[in-house]
Design a protein around this ligand. Structure first.
Ligand SMILES: CC(C)(COP(=O)(O)OP(=O)(O)OC[C@H]1O[C@@H](n2cnc3c(N)ncnc32)[C@H](O)[C@@H]1OP(=O)(O)O)[C@@H](O)C(=O)NCCC(=O)NCCS
Length: 207
């Protein structure tokens, strides 16, 4: 399930994102990753959620945090950037596909976003696959657009606009959906697509 980050998640977050196989793909995540950074990140997520500038969920499974999915809103343009990671031990089970679908559904419904986009640090086939499953199209490459540490990286762009999302996923955007990101999100439909459950469109808690 997806829920707002809490102070008790710091150790799981630091362990998950502390793995270089995860952090190497994340622009703002250093290696090594000290637990204090996880605590600061949790506090910042709450601040951003209150300000309405970002929405952040941890992905919880069997009582442990196995990943994160987040959205950052640029209100003027009503576009939102999607970010995510999944702990190494949980890769390849559809976790990212399911979590990102729930978050993108939420962005179009709660924020009434016009567009949701993502970018990868260089060519990243697994992430491109996740984004493709969301109906995001490749939108080109910004060469040497991002710097992480001492290195510059190409930024591979992906995006989906509201109309295309509605057509592809059958999303039923409703103005009355919960607009608060600090609620737990229901699980998205299993992989394979289709119409999101009505509960998802209403942003109802999962349990
Ligand atoms: C990218 C990431 C989020 C994927 O998480 P996940 O839960 O394993 O993803 P899913 O299981 O939902 O889907 C992964 C898809 O990528 C595919 N994939 C995995 N490795 C691949 C590779 N090397 N080449 C091509 N496709 C690959 C899988 O086969 C799967 O597609 P399929 O279901 O059609 O077979 C995870 O690897 C991760 O956290 N990486 C580090 C952080 C990161 O990259 N975040 C995204 C930044 S843009």
């Amino acid at each position: 399930m997806l829920r707002a980050p809490a102070a008790r998640d710091a150790a799981d977050l630091a362990a998950g994102v502390g793995d270089r196989r995860v952090s190497r793909w994340l622009l703002h995540v250093p290696h090594p990753y000290p637990p204090a950074l996880a605590r600061a990140w949790i506090a910042q997520a709450a601040t951003d959620a209150r300000a309405g500038t970002a929405a952040t969920w941890v992905i919880e499974e069997a009582g442990a945090v196995i990943g994160v999915v987040s959205l950052r809103l640029v209100a003027r343009h009503r576009h939102a950037e999607l970010g995510y990671w999944v702990a190494r031990r949980a890769w390849g089970r559809g976790v990212a596909t399911e979590a990102t679908r729930a978050a993108v559904t939420w962005a179009f419904a709660a924020w009434r976003a016009e567009r949701v986009f993502a970018q990868t640090l260089g060519e990243h086939p697994a992430s491109a696959r996740v984004l493709g499953r969301l109906g995001m199209r490749p939108e080109g490459v910004r060469r040497r657009h991002l710097r992480k540490g001492a290195r510059y990286h190409d930024a591979h762009q992906f995006g989906v606009v509201r109309a295309a999302w509605r057509d592809a996923v059958g999303h039923n955007a409703r103005p009355d959906v919960a607009a608060r990101s600090d609620r737990a999100l229901p699980r998205a439909r299993p992989r394979g697509g289709g119409r999101p459950r009505r509960a998802a469109a209403r942003g109802r808690p999962a349990r």
